[in-house]
Ligand binder design. Structure first.
Ligand code: ADP
Ligand code: ZN
Length: 709
C-alpha cells in the first residue's frame, strides 16, 4: 500500500530528525503487513515502531500494554504531540467510555491503548469488530511467556485477539527475551511467519564506573553535588538503608526521598509521582522501584550495593538515559555485599544458579577490562573494540608484582590459625591497638604491623584481589574467617608469583569546586527559565514535565538559541503541534535572556553575540539603539545583521537604513558591481551614505535572488 514517507511523519509529529537503528526497517515491515517481533533495549525507541505506522494510513492501531500508569503517560505524550490517542481501561467511568466509543466509531482515534484484561471482554471485542484496525501492537510482550521473568496471567489469552481481528498485522515488542522466550511469544500470539528484529543491547550513552565500597556516603555526596538538579536513583540492598541514606543526603540539602515495598501504596505513589514530575531529584530505593515507570531523563543510577546478578544490574542501569543523552552508572561493591546476598540466597533456598550468577556479578565488579565488553558478552554480543566510555577504558589499571604483599597477608592468616576475618586481618597487618586484637595476642605474631605502609582501604582492595585470584577463601560457616587455598600456599612458600592492580586513588575532590564550565554558567539562567516554564506548563496541563519538553530539546534550545519560528524546526523533539503550542513562549524566553545580556559585552560564548543583536532587532530597536545598549560600534551591529540575513533570517534590513539609501546604492551597484570593498562605494558617494547602509544593501542585493529559508 502506498503511504507517506515515514521520516516526514517522524519529523512532523515527533520533531525528531532521524530514525534510530532498526526503527525504519521495522516500520516498513509493519506497513507492508508483516508480523514482527522486536527485541530492543529499554530506551531503544520501541514506541516509534508502532506509533509511526499508526499515522501512515487511516485506521486504528491497537496497543496492548500491561501497566495502566504507563498507558496514561504514553497517551498524554502522544496528545502533547497532537496525535489523537486514547486508552481503555478499568479506571474509566462509564460516560468516559461511552464518549470514547463514539470517537472510535467516527474513526477519530489513531492509537488506542488497552489493557489485556480489558481487551478480551465482550464489549471491547464487539466494538473492535466495528472499527478498521490496521495494526495490533503488543508491548512488553515477554509478559506472555512463562519463560520470561515477568509472566502475567492476564496476558496468556492474548492470542485470542487474532480470532477477533484476523486481518490486522501484529507487532510484539519487548526489551528482554532470550531465544526460548522469543519463540514462546511468537507461538502464543500466533504470529504469522514473523520477521524478527534484534537490536544491539549496547547503551553507549551510559558511562560505566565501578568503585570499591569505601566511604560510599561521602562519595555519593560529592557525586550528586557535581550534578545539581539532575534526576538519579540510588539502589540499596535493604529498605533500612534506603531510609538512612535518604536522610543523610537530605541533611546535606539535597532533594531526595526513599522508596521501598514496605511503604503504603499511597506513600509510594506520592514519591514516585514527585520523581516523575521533576519535583524530586534523588530517589534512594530498593529494586522495587523503577518497574513500569518511564522517565526518560534519569541522568544517573548509583548502586550503593552490588546487585544480585548482571541481569538486574543491566536492567537497573538501563533506567538511566532513555532519552539517549549522556548518563552515568556508578557501582559500589564490597565483599560484604556478596556475603549478604549469599545469606539471602540461603534463606530463600535458591538454587546454585543464582550463586553462580552472583559470582559473575562480583567478577564483573573486580574486572580489569572494558566493562561494556564484559556485559555485552554476557548477553551474547561481541563488542568490536573496547568502548572507551567506562572507567577501565579511561584509566587502564596498572598492575605490579604483588607477591610480597600477598605473602604478608597469607602469613598473617596462617599465624592466626585461619581464625580471623578481613577487618581483623587488616588491623593486624597495620598494627592496630584494637582491644580484642590485643586480647587475642595477635600483636605478638611476626607479621603484626608488617603492612603499616599500606593504607587500610588499599589492603581491603588487595585482599579482594587475593580472593579473586583464589589465594584466599572465606569460610562462611565459620564467621567468614579467611582461609588459605592451595594456590595461596604456593605463593606463601615462594613457588608462585602474582600480579595485582594498584587500587584507584579515591582522594575526595574538594567540595567547593565550581560546577560546570564558564559556558554552562553563562547559560544557567536560561536553562532555569526553560525548566521553570516546563514545570509550570506541566502542572497546568497535567503532563509529565519531560512530555512538555524533553531534556534533549531543552539542551538544544540552549545550544541553538532559536529566535524565530523557523528556527524551531531544527530543534529535536519539537514537532509541529508542540511548536504551535509552546513555540511562542520558548522564543520569548530566549529573546528575553539574550536581551538581558546587552551591556555585558566580551563575555559571550562563541556564536552568542549575533544572537543578542537579533534579539534586539526583534525587539524593534534600530541600529543606533542596539549599538548604544550593547556599547558596541554600529558597524558591529550592521555586520551581525548582514550576516544573519545571509544565514537565511528574513530581516527587514531596508527599514533600518536611511530613507532613500537603498535606491541610491542599487544604482551604484549597477555601475560598480557588488564585489568592491565597501570603501569604494562610500567614496563614490562622497560619504553621503554610511558604511552600515552599504553593508546591508550589499547583502540585500547579493542574497536576495537565492531561494532562502
Ligand atoms: P523503549 O520503549 O524502547 O524503552 P521509548 O519508545 O520510550 O523506548 O523511547 C525512548 C526515548 O527515545 C523516548 O523519549 C523517545 O521519544 C525517544 N526516541 C525514540 N525514537 C527516537 C528518534 N528516532 N530520535 C530521537 N528520539 C527518539
Ligand atoms: Zn570500556
Amino acid at each position: 500500500m502506498k503511504h507517506e514517507d515515514p521520516v516526514l511523519i517522524l519529523r512532523r509529529h515527533f520533531g525528531y530528525q532521524h530514525f534510530r537503528p532498526l526503527q525504519l526497517e521495522i516500520i516498513e515491515a509493519v506497513a507492508g503487513g508483516k508480523d514482527c517481533l522486536v527485541v530492543m533495549p529499554t530506551g531503544g525507541g520501541k514506541s516509534i515502531c508502532y506509533q509511526v505506522p499508526a499515522l501512515l494510513q487511516p485506521g486504528l492501531t491497537l496497543v496492548i500494554s500491561p501497566l495502566i500508569s504507563l498507558m496514561q503517560d504514553q497517551v498524554s505524550a502522544l496528545k502533547s504531540n497532537g496525535i489523537a490517542a486514547a486508552f481503555l481501561n478499568s479506571s474509566q467511568s462509564l460516560s468516559e467510555q461511552q464518549a470514547l466509543v463514539e470517537e472510535l466509531l467516527l474513526a477519530e482515534i489513531r492509537l488506542l491503548y488497552v489493557s489485556p484484561e480489558r481487551l478480551l471482554t465482550e464489549d471491547t471485542t464487539r466494538l473492535l469488530s466495528r472499527v478498521k484496525v490496521n495494526l495490533i501492537a503488543v508491548d512488553e510482550a515477554h509478559c506472555i511467556s512463562q519463560w520470561g521473568h515477568d509472566f502475567r496471567p492476564e496476558y496468556s489469552r492474548l492470542g485470542e485477539i487474532r480470532r477477533v481481528l484476523p486481518d490486522a498485522p501484529m507487532i510484539a515488542l519487548t526489551a528482554t527475551a532470550d531465544r526460548l522466550t522469543r519463540q514462546d511469544i511468537s507461538e502464543r500470539l500466533s504470529l504469522r511467519n514473523p520477521q524478527g528484529f534484534l537490536a544491539s543491547f549496547d547503551r553507549p550513552n551510559i558511562h560505566l564506573k565501578v568503585v570499591p565500597g569505601q566511604d560510599r556516603i561521602q562519595h555519593i555526596v560529592q557525586f550528586v553535588r557535581k550534578r545539581p538538579g539532575q534526576a538519579g536513583i540510588v539502589y540499596c540492598i535493604s529498605r533500612k538503608s534506603t531510609e538512612s541514606l535518604a536522610q543523610k543526603l537530605k541533611a546535606q540539602g539535597f532533594s531526595v526521598a526513599f522508596y521501598h515495598a514496605g511503604m503504603t501504596p499511597q506513600a509510594r505513589y506520592r514519591v514516585q509521582d514527585d520523581f516523575l514530575n521533576d519535583k524530586l531529584d534523588i530517589m534512594c530505593a530498593t529494586v522495587a522501584f523503577g518497574m513500569g515507570i518511564d522517565k526518560p531523563n534519569v541522568r544517573w543510577v548509583v548502586h550503593y550495593n552490588l546487585p544480585k546478578n548482571l541481569e538486574s544490574y543491566y536492567q537497573e542501569i538501563g533506567r538511566a538515559g532513555r532519552d539517549g543523552l549522556p548518563s552515568e552508572a556508578l557501582l559500589f561493591f564490597s565483599y560484604a555485599d556478596v556475603i549478604q546476598h549469599r545469606q539471602f540466597l540461603e534463606e530463600s533456598g535458591q538454587a546454585e544458579v543464582m550463586e553462580a550468577k552472583l559470582e559473575r556479578m562480583f567478577q564483573f565488579a573486580q574486572a580489569q577490562m572494558c566493562r561494556r565488553r564484559i556485559l555485552l558478552r554476557y548477553f551474547g554480543e561481541e563488542l568490536e573494540a573496547d568502548c572507551g566510555h567506562c572507567d577501565t577504558c579511561e584509566s587502564p589499571p596498572a598492575s605490579f608484582d604483588g607477591t610480597v604483599l600477598a605473602q604478608k597477608a597469607l602469613s598473617a592468616v596462617a599465624r592466626t590459625q585461619q581464625q580471623v576475618g578481613i577487618q581483623m586481618l587488616i588491623d593486624i597487618l597495620r598494627g592496630s591497638q584494637r582491644k580484642d586484637l590485643l586480647a587475642r595476642q595477635f600483636h605478638e605474631i611476626k607479621t603484626y604491623g608488617a603492612g603499616r605502609d599500606v593504607p587500610a582501604k588499599d589492603w581491603q582492595a588487595y585482599l579482594h584481589q587475593f580472593l579473586h585470584l583464589g589465594l584466599l577463601d572465606i569460610a562462611y560457616e565459620h564467621g567468614n574467617a579467611l582461609t588459605i587455598t592451595g594456590a595461596g600456599k604456593e605463593v606463601l612458600l615462594g613457588q608462585r608469583k602474582i600480579q595485582v592492580v594498584k587500587p584507584a586513588d579515591s582522594a575526595p575532590v574538594p567540595a567547593a569546586t565550581p560546577v560546570g564550565t564558564a559556558k554552562d554558567r553563562f547559560f544557567k539562567p536560561l536553562e532555569d527559565a526553560l525548566r521553570d516554564f516546563r514545570l509550570q506548563t506541566a502542572a497546568r496541563e497535567g503532563l509529565r514535565p519531560y512530555y512538555v519538553i524533553s531534556d534533549l530539546t531543552l539542551e538544544q534550545l540552549v545550544q541553538r538559541l532559536p529566535l524565530v519560528p523557523d528556527d524551531l524546526d531544527e530543534v529535536e523533539g519539537l514537532g509541529k503541534a508542540k511548536q504551535a503550542k509552546y513555540g511562542p513562549d520558548l522564543l520569548r524566553l530566549i529573546q528575553q535572556f539574550l536581551i538581558r545580556q546587552t551591556g555585558h559585552e566580551g563575555q559571550f560564548p562563541k556564536g552568542v553575540s549575533p544572537k543578542v543583536t537579533l534579539a534586539c532587532y526583534l525587539q524593534g530597536w534600530d541600529i543606533a539603539t542596539i549599538a548604544q545598549k550593547r556599547q558596541a560600534q554600529p558597524s558591529t551591529i550592521s555586520g551581525h545583521l548582514a550576516g544573519l540575513f545571509e544565514e537565511g533570517y528574513d530581516l527587514d534590513l531596508a527599514s533600518l537604513m536611511k530613507p532613500g539609501s537603498l535606491e541610491i546604492l542599487r544604482q551604484v551597484f549597477a555601475l560598480l558591481g557588488t564585489d568592491q570593498p565597501l570603501k569604494a562605494y562610500f567614496e563614490h558617494l562622497h560619504g553621503s551614505v554610511g558604511y552600515d547602509d552599504i553593508r546591508m544593501a550589499l547583502v540585500l542585493e547579493k542574497v536576495k535572488p537565492k531561494a532562502r529559508g
